[in-house]
Design a protein around this ligand. Structure first.
Ligand code: ADP
Length: 790
């Protein structure tokens, strides 16, 4: 086995080293603890040590205490009993045989020393025989055997394990009253620890208990060996004879042959607790929940918590099941009390219990305490109320002859208020204080009237009607005002539990604050509106996208048309060039023909060049490679030059009816100089003029420049009196590859790229292009260009 680090624990003994603790020494000596991975440090006890405190504070991990441990548990010291080492208490009443005491009753007129705080079973015994309290003497227990010997007292409460022996040693014959013989039977030494220890180190605790009990089995089987050990190793002050006496007496207390060592029975603990109640050392409403190790073994801590949270949920979801639990629990409690009574009379015959299996109780016993916890710690505001007077008031009205109670309640608010006044609130929980924003429970209980405000009274009336009609559950949502004046939205459930339908003497009200829920709902509504708006906006964007998509599809369609056209556009002039070049080879052709052929070749070459340069421009624009280089340009010169070119072109095209001129606005300087890229500006104007010439058969072609209204720009224009552009086409003509389809056939040339290039160039120069046209009358293309009027 791998070498593991050992856990070190401290065991606080109840007294000096003696046979009383034999099992623990045996477990150390025989290596049982070591085998269990534990090193045990044993501390001797004395009367000044409070063993419970010692263990709770963590000074010791384990301790030994009498049955009084159950009192400590109920006084809020979280101790857990691990094993009953002594099945019976060693406590007795000891007196002298030579005193005139024959039976317990004879103690009535005697002095009885009960020790420091009074040993429990002797006290119970005296109590049982109604021996007056004023005869009891409390005081230091030390040396009281001597008091008996010296005649300072008549009887002492002491331990059977050593006192009778000591008395005998002094030559006095002892007379022993065993409480057990009179039906008072407590456990003796209890090995115990703190709840914290069990919760945090349950496994170690269990190992320790197991090894200790193994030690006890060994010690009771090998008494002499352990007595030697106590004398030699633990330097016991007790004599060997005393230790032997002690070990013999313990045989009857530990009962190793009959009872599994350490065995404890919850029912017997309840009986023991009842004994403490009888002698006034314990409240009647005691609880042994969580007092026994098996409580933790049955559930283990995590599961208890889970179960607890689960029960919390049950409270929230269903008050009914809670009430069933409650009623069941009360029945169980009654049954337990009954059983305890039976047990106490039958108690002398304890051996019957031998071999009885450990009672699994915890999973059945949802104790009063736990219910209280559940009620008290429920996160939901809970009210336990009594409507019995209210019920009587309603019954009284009906006896008086009111037939329609429902109608009466609805129309007599003063009656409803009186009814509200008759409601008794028996209990409210912590959550209610929080929920009502009250200082404490009393504030609510003292101001019940405030709880019943107008709103609440209306609900209350409906509640009464519901109950009157035989339905024991009323649920609603309402508004409540807290003691601090805050408004709450609450979900209210009011339930009369089973068994109270006739009297209405128990009514459970639960209030759940749903204000936050309401607010959240409002927020959600707001968010919904926002989302709707966003949705609308998205719809708009979607429309835009659809339009863009259509446009893209249109552009794509135009591109396809262009490409199929392009081969034609390129091939036509190429064919012209090749064909007429071929004809020129013929030696027979005359000069006139030669001249004609050459001009056709030139024209076709020009056309081809234009197509190629358009395509190159478009590619450059597409790749953002078209760079603008601005210089000072003399517009007068540019216009003069363009006029020359186009006059010549018009003549070439035989358009005798077409006249071309330009105009510079009078507001502009005579010598108009602007900062621009001459090549690109000329290209735009050339493009526009080419189109004007192309689409005009007679009339004027005018181009020119004038200042914009804001005097920030120059406006260039080309105006013709040609065919014009249909309205529906105006938005399309600047798109790439657009040509008016019916004109494809006409041999007007053009690629459908000209205006698209012009638009791009104008924008690169910092302006905008546009067109105005009346079909059949002409078109005016114009574009702006940044220019500051001097
Ligand atoms: P193309 O090189 O085919 O002329 P453009 O982009 O320059 O291509 O012109 C596109 C279309 O715009 C032309 O096919 C024509 O239908 C129309 N258009 C351009 N300018 C004019 C104009 N001055 N008068 C009438 N229609 C014009």
């Amino acid at each position: 086995m791998a070498q593991q680090a050992l856990d070190t624990v401290v065991l606080q003994l109840k007294w000096k080293h003696q046979f009383q603790f034999a099992g623990f020494y045996a477990a150390i000596e025989k290596g049982y603890y070591k085998d269990a991975g534990i090193v045990v440090k044993v501390k001797e006890g004395n009367t000044s040590i409070n063993f419970v405190n010692e263990v709770i504070s963590g000074n010791a991990d384990f301790g030994i205490e009498s049955s009084k441990l159950v009192i400590a548990r109920n006084n809020n010291f979280p101790v857990v009993a691990l094993a009953a080492i002594f099945q019976h208490s060693p406590e007795i009443i000891l007196t002298r045989k030579d005193a005139d005491i024959r039976n317990i009753e004879d103690l009535k007129d005697k002095r009885i020393s009960l020790g420091q705080n009074g040993l429990a079973s002797p006290k119970a015994l005296l109590n049982k025989f109604s021996i007056p309290e004023d005869k009891h003497i409390y005081g230091s227990s030390i040396g009281y055997v001597n008091d008996l010997i010296q005649g300072n007292t008549d009887a002492i409460a002491t331990y059977i394990t050593d006192a009778p022996f000591m008395l005998e040693q002094a030559g006095v014959e002892p007379l022993i009253f065993k409480p057990r013989s009179y039906g008072i039977d407590l456990y003796g030494d209890i090995l115990f620890t703190s709840q914290q220890m069990v919760e945090e180190k349950q496994e170690l605790t269990e190992r320790f208990v197991k090894a200790s009990l193994k030690g006890w089995v060994y010690a009771m089987d090998n008494k002499s060996e352990i007595i030697d050990l106590i004398i030699n190793k633990y330097n016991s002050k007790a004599s060997r004879e005393l230790l032997r006496f002690e070990s013999t007496m313990m045989e009857d207390l530990v009962m190793p042959k009959l009872i599994e060592p350490g065995h404890m029975n919850p029912e017997r603990w309840r009986y023991i607790a009842d004994t403490f109640v009888e002698i006034g050392q314990l409240q009647p409403l005691f609880s042994i929940d969580g007092f026994l190790l098996e409580d933790y073994q049955l559930f283990n801590n995590r599961r208890i918590k889970q179960a607890f949270y689960f029960l919390m949920v049950i409270v929230a979801v269903s008050l009914i099941s809670l009430l069933v639990f409650f009623l069941f629990n009360r029945r169980l409690k009654k049954a337990v009390l009954q059983r305890t009574k039976e047990l106490s009379s039958a108690n002398n015959n304890l051996t019957k219990e031998v071999g009885r299996r450990q009672v699994v109780h915890a999973n059945l016993t949802l104790s009063e305490e736990r219910f209280k916890l559940l009620f008290e710690d429920s996160p939901i505001s809970l009210w336990e109320e009594d409507f019995s007077q209210t019920k009587q008031m309603i019954d009284a009205i009906s006896t008086k002859g009111v037939s329609d109670i429902e109608h009466y309640i609805r129309n007599h608010p003063e009656f409803v208020r009186a009814c509200a006044g008759s409601v008794r609130i028996n209990n409210i929980n912590k959550a209610t204080v929080q929920y009502m924003e009250a200082e404490n429970k009393e504030e609510i209980l003292n101001n019940v009237n405030e709880v019943f405000n107008e709103h609440a009274l209306k609900d209350f009336a409906e509640e009464l009607i519901t109950f009157y009609n035989g339905k024991m559950l009323y649920e609603t949502e309402s508004e409540h005002i807290t003691f601090k004046g805050n408004k709450l939205h609450v979900s209210i459930t009011v339930k009369i539990p089973n068994g109270y339908e006739e009297t209405w003497s128990k009514v459970i009200v639960s209030l759940i604050n749903i204000t936050d829920l309401r607010n959240t709902t409002d927020e959600l509504k707001f968010t919904e509106v926002l989302l709707r708006q966003q949705n609308e906006a998205l719809k708009g964007i979607n429309e835009e996208l659809k339009k863009s998509k259509l446009k893209a599809e249109e552009s794509d369609r135009l591109k396809t048309a262009f490409l199929s056209n392009m081969s034609h556009e390129i091939r036509t002039p190429m064919n012209g060039i090749i064909g007429f070049t071929d004809l020129l080879k013929d030696d027979d052709i005359n000069n006139g023909d030669k001249e004609r052929y050459l001009s056709i070749i030139e024209e076709n070459s020009q056309q081809l060049l234009r197509i190629i340069s358009d395509i190159i421009d478009i590619s450059k624009i597409e790749a953002s490679q078209l760079k603008i280089t601005k210089t000072h340009i003399n517009i007068n010169q540019l216009f003069e030059h363009l006029l020359d070119i186009f006059k010549l072109r018009i003549i070439r095209l035989d358009k005798e009816d077409v006249h071309c001129h330009y105009n510079i606005h009078s507001q502009l300087p005579e010598e108009l100089i602007i900062n621009s890229d001459i090549t690109r500006l000329r290209q735009v104007l050339t493009n526009l003029l080419e189109n004007a010439v192309k689409f005009t058969e007679h009339g004027d072609i005018e181009f020119g420049a004038y200042p914009s209204d804001d005097k920030e720009n120059l406006i260039f224009y080309v105006k013709d009196t040609g065919v014009g552009i249909k309205k529906e086409r105006v938005s399309q003509i600047f798109d790439r590859f657009f040509r008016e389809e019916e004109r494809f056939g006409a041999n007007l040339g053009g690629t459908g790229l000209g205006l698209s290039i012009a638009k791009n160039l104008v924008e690169l120069l910092g302006g905008k292009i546009g067109v105005e046209s009346t079909p059949g009358e002409g078109a005016k293309f114009y574009f702006t260009h940044p220019y500051k009027l001097p």
